[in-house]
Design a protein around this ligand. Sequence first.
Ligand code: SF4
Ligand code: SF4
Length: 118
Amino acid sequence: MQVYVEKQKCTGCSHCHDVCPVAVFAMKDRSAADVNGDVAPEDSKWKGTSDPAVVSKWGNVQDGHNHFADKNDGASGGISVAVNGPSCIFCQACLVQCEGECIVITDDTGAVYHSVYE
Ligand code: SF4
Ligand code: SF4
């Protein structure tokens, strides 16, 4: 199993980190040296700019999350990095709770799954 986050779409909500039973995700400050420490392809790496459509959707939502904050405060903020993708058991919990619809999982047959927020 391979897992990555499309970093420019990550709101920092931390849902993936909170629901994953096998600790695939780590929340990092956006300025952290290892913020691109997963298998995301070049066009999904964090380069300092969030996707405008995702910012428009979530930037002003008041739900207690520090959307798009640089630093993770222990509950939200920062950016998610799939540091432990090979441990994924494909429970699919993260695939329906990702605000930015930015988690991509590839299984061992090569099938690719994108998160869709529900
Ligand atoms: S599908 Fe994989 S990465 Fe997502 S929550 Fe389940 S075990 Fe974790
Ligand atoms: S659930 Fe999606 S938007 Fe929220 S922190 Fe994880 S990857 Fe980012």
